[in-house]
Design a protein around this ligand. Sequence first.
Ligand code: SAM
Length: 311
Amino acid sequence: MPWWFLRRRGKLAVSTPASVGGGGWRLGEVMLPRLRGQRRYLQEHPYLLPKDLGEINRLDFQHYMIRAALRGNYLAPIEQPRRILDVGCGTGQWAIELAQQFSQAEVIGLDLEQARNRSSAPPNYRFVQGDVLEGLPFEENYFDFVHQRLLILAIPLAAWPGTVQELARVTAPGGWIELVESSISPNDFVPCGPAMRQLLNWMGQLAALRGLDAQGVVMQSLERYLAEAGLINIQRHVLEWPIGDWGGRLGSLGALDLKEAARAVSAPVAARFGISEQEVLTVIEQASQEWNELQTRGYLVVVYGQKPLAR
Ligand SMILES: C[S@@+](CC[C@H](N)C(=O)[O-])C[C@H]1O[C@@H](n2cnc3c(N)ncnc32)[C@H](O)[C@@H]1O
């Protein structure tokens, strides 16, 4: 039985540390204080980033940036989906735009918490509270399109295969799953200067304490996860992303987003490594100068696949 299903009965305390892999998993380290500095973090979930207004604004900004880079909201060759699910929907913006585009479809955004009340959302959109690590609250073969974007700092490495199988369970035969991910490994920022390496090292150690992937393994394994879940017609697209003003508008936006994401964990990093938050912020500044000097690039990987038609 996958370790996270055990949480249904006993929460994180009964999960098996050894199965999570990568440096152990102690409850005391999993739980961040709810507030650190001005930021609010979720307790009892592996998710590393804050849940607050600052993060909502960053996610909205990031959504428009990714949409511009992809020239759309998805790459899978979907046609007229009747039911669409966005797992870890964040602000809900992606799902709301899909609901506007496919006004006949039922569109659901699922997340641990609703980011904000969307009174302006179209009537065919609805938010469902849920935890993908505990299984999705939907019957099998329900959705024609299942999308999951940027849960690298939310799903422990050992839970990825089971999570993708869960996405496949709720996908209808002939339907599509699309996964969009990045990495926090220094190998996935090229070239990676010393300050950026230090920053990613801190973040990586913090992530590994929750069993999260700090080595870029998930980004490399998305196709395998889909194949193991029984999907076919799998395609992988790699977007190389300039970071810094040297890379034009997309580069400037990418740098802003990355800086904000790093600042989002500056307080937990400082607390974990016994340094001042100012020290972390200084390294973030140094890293952002390096991005321009070295012309650093990051990567976004989009992988999609189709559930075979039932025979
Ligand atoms: C980095 S944000 C990405 C949001 C959105 N997918 C996007 O691309 O804008 C990750 C989201 O996953 C959600 N999340 C984290 N752990 C989750 C879990 N176990 N189940 C469902 N959602 C989760 C967080 O609350 C957050 O909204």
